[in-house]
Design a protein around this ligand. Structure first.
Ligand code: UD1
Ligand code: CA
Length: 485
């Protein structure tokens, strides 16, 4: 990190972003669990600036609301009309007054840029005692970018925008990334000299280096070796490319820290997810939000986890989980849906075609097949039979059920809340449980079976069923009875 905290970082995010073709502000489009401007602010935040300022203009209500929610430290400054990047910074400095010390300016549409790179930019700037330091890189195709012009001694003399460049200048592959460190006082003075006399008819921030140099101030450059990190996003094609690059970076970090990623091409992990060593991520796994996986957990294939915690050694296969807590050595899926408020304790199981919501399943308890458990608490060592439903909704209100320890709920039960089933109780298959069951009782809540002999032969005479019944009855009659030979 830099020796001193910069006086400010100014993030430029007022532009229209026409090429996104969106109702949403360009900088609010998301990748890897954060908005584009959120990534830029996270990188900027690593510098611990005295002030973090975001210039807003187009769709400013959306951006201001987003900042209030996700980056409350950031101060929005409105640029009423988008008069160019120089105009944007001038608008800020007219609001704040000239800022003493280092002022970093960065475009808002570069989500791949690392905080460490911004810190190096600031360090170069301060070590060299520059008035301005420009972040540059060499790209294979510089079309559209501002080109870096250097003098015979290699020093930066100016930045020329693509639109304004001649053929010789366009042949330059070293570009202006769109990040700068300035001396705040000199920046404010230089911006007053910037004109709109150019192909874009805008006040270019990129005119500042030449203005400073002309008055004898030092202008330097900090060059990033890996140009990929400097890529901007102007349309949804570049957004998808940036998302894949950022995801690759996230996965590499996890793999280097001891996580097995079986198929990086189909595994997507958001920036704020934490994964401990010896976790295995199988193909088609998506980890979103603040999901947290503990040591040795195994997730996927085909799992999408959002804001979910998974305990050590748990296994989650073919599942969708949202705001769920999966305990150590618990097992989920295949084909399970865990909704908010689900808590599976140590070694608990939510099996195939099982949906849980706002439900606690105690240690070692199992909900193995075809079951919905909503608004319930199940104790330890209990089992819920296949095809059961915790009937939690009476059409107006939701109610809660409580199941004790070592309870065996039979298959195809309806547990009609609110109801309490005591420790060690059993319920018979096919029961509709509407009343509490005392500990240790067997609850039978279904019609008693009653057979009508000969009904099929009388009422369905001549059908294959009647014929089959006839044969079975004849064979039974011919069989020797007890004691006969
Ligand atoms: C800018 C640079 C160019 C550089 C490129 C890198 C200028 C004049 N040119 O060009 O040298 O190679 O970035 O991507 O700066 N913005 C405002 N207010 C405005 C205009 C723009 O806030 O009035 C914001 C935009 O939202 C965007 C950033 O500034 O985040 C850059 O603006 P953009 O129009 O995209 O500049 P480029 O043409 O990409
Ligand atoms: Ca741009």
């Amino acid at each position: 990190m830099s020796a001193r905290r910069p006086a400010a970082v100014i993030v430029l995010a007022a532009g229209e972003g026409t090429r996104m073709k969106s109702r949403r502000s360009k900088v609010l489009h998301e990748l890897c669990g954060r908005s584009m401007v959120g990534h830029v602010l996270a990188a900027a935040g690593e510098l611990e600036p005295e002030r973090l300022i975001v210039v807003v203009g187009h769709r400013r209500e959306q951006v201001i609301e987003h900042l209030a929610e996700h980056a409350p430290d950031a101060e929005p400054v409105v640029q009423e009309r988008q008069g160019g990047t120089g105009h944007a910074v001038r608008t800020v400095l007219e609001r704040t007054g000239a800022l003493a010390g280092t002022v970093v300016v960065t475009n808002g549409d570069h989500p791949l840029l690392r905080g460490a790179t911004l810190a190096e930019l600031v360090r170069t700037h301060e070590d060299e005692g520059n008035a301005a330091t420009v972040l540059t890189t060499e790209v294979p195709d510089p079309t559209g970018y501002g080109r870096i012009l250097r003098g015979p001694d290699g020093a930066v003399t100016a930045i020329v925008e693509h639109k304004d460049a001649d053929d010789a200048q366009r042949a330059v592959h070293e570009i202006n990334v769109g990040m700068y460190a300035f001396d705040g006082k000199l920046l404010a003075a230089a911006l007053r000299q910037v004109t709109t006399d150019n192909a874009g008819g805008e006040e270019y921030l990129t005119d500042v280096p030449a203005i400073l140099r002309a008055q004898g101030d030092r202008v330097g450059a900090h060059t990033v070796p890996d140009w990929v990190e400097t890529q901007g996003v102007n349309d949804r094609v570049q957004l998808a490319q940036a998302r894949r690059l950022l995801n690759e970076r996230i996965l590499l970090d996890h793999m280097r820290a001891g996580v097995t990623v079986v198929d990086p091409a189909t595994t997507w992990v958001d920036v704020q997810v934490t994964v401990e060593p010896d976790v295995v991520l199988h193909p088609n796994t998506q980890l979103h939000g603040r999901t947290r996986l503990e040591e040795g957990a195994e997730v996927g294939p085909n799992a999408t986890l959002t804001d979910t915690s998974v305990g050590a050694g748990a296994v989650v296969t073919n599942a969708v989980t949202v705001e769920a807590e999966i305990g150590p050595e618990a097992s989920v899926g295949p084909y399970a849906y865990l909704r908010p408020g689900t808590v599976l304790a140590h070694k608990a199981k939510a099996g195939s075609y099982v949906e849980l919501k706002n439900a606690v399943v105690g240690q070692g308890s199992k909900v193995p097949h075809l079951t919905y458990v909503g608004d319930a608490e199940i104790g330890q060592g209990s089992n819920v039979g296949a095809g059961s439903v915790f009937v939690n909704y009476d059409g107006v209100d939701k109610h809660r059920s409580v199941v004790g320890d070592h309870v065996k709920i039979g298959s195809d039960n309806m547990i009609v809340a609110p109801v309490t089933i005591g420790d060690g109780a059993y319920t018979a298959a096919g029961s509709v449980i509407v009343n509490d069951v005392p500990p240790g009782a067997m609850a039978v809540a279904r019609g008693r079976q009653h057979n009508i002999p000969g009904w099929v032969e009388r009422k369905r005479a001549g059908t294959p069923a009647a014929q089959a019944a006839r044969r079975a009855n004849d064979e039974a009659e011919q069989r020797p009875g007890p004691g006969e030979s």
